[in-house]
Design a protein around this ligand. Sequence first.
Ligand SMILES: [Mg+2]
Length: 366
Amino acid sequence: MLRDGALIEKVAVRAYTIPTDSPEADGTIAWDRTTIVIVEVEAGGERGLGYTYASAAAAQVVRDVLAPTILHQDVFAIPKLWKAMIAIVRNMGLRGVCANAISAVDTALWDCKARLLNVPLARLFGMARDSVAVYGSGGFTTYSDERLATQLHDWVHEDGCRWVKMKIGTERQRDPQRMRIAREAIGDNAHLISDGNGAFDLKTALAMADQAADCGVVWFEEPVTSDELEGLCFLKNRVAAGMQIAAGEYGYDPFYFKRMMDADAVDVIQADATRCLGYSGFLEAATLADAYPMPLSAHCAPALHLPVCCAAPRFKHIEWFYDHARIEKMFFDGAPEIRHGEIAPDLSRPGHGLTLKRADAERFAL
Ligand SMILES: [Mg+2]
């Protein structure tokens, strides 16, 4: 018998803050904790789970604005609910906290729908591949040279990652030496990525790109602020032939990705489903990337990205961000583990396969 939909009975939201295991920084900010906002949607006897790494203010947007908008609506009608959530935050400003909040709800809706259908989300989206490559990402500028080397070494030599990423831009005089240390630690069979997080001005970025190329860096992320599209375009056309320019992690809607692509600003577009309006927004970004054509890479939240990245038509890799991989393992049963540099969905579990370890999470609740 065909199901004719299921009405949303409950939308619950909670924010949790988890201290990092040591101080962390990139080229523009420093932090010692991470906040995750978790949304649960109940419909038809199933519960879908979504989340975003964002300010706890996103929880208030879910509770006060989004939940009343989608309650008692059909959980299967995700495009309709997605449009309604985008419309209702118009006067608050979509980009930023509201987009984070919508992302968490959209993800929970997709998970709930898949659970009601008793299928894995990767299968519901439609699989273009069975597993997805990940790159180890950390190398914070607060790390000692020893920790930098060990972290990147282990991702390559123990987990089989073919790329690893480090942060640069806090102490620019030290960056060339840090990149040489990283290169030595990973050996010749893995690729090095440097992320400036927009710390450099154009001329400094150009000089740093030359030094990065000498260390075999194949991808220079946000060498200048990603709002400076002309600057990114200039660098893309000037850096060494083997080096790609990447950006896109602050994309909160499909228009952002289109503008970045139209400006010829990047070789690889990055998108983050916990910011860009959930799985629905990520699929739009993936379609744009495929049409352009341009490779797409997922920013952070590896466990959440896994099913949708199995479906993205033109896909490169998921960022195995140190903090998020750590939190996802602490918080969720079913969080993926890296095998031979890749992660794969567990097709015996419905939805995205993640369930909240409530007792373990509770001590971090705000
Ligand atoms: Mg980045």
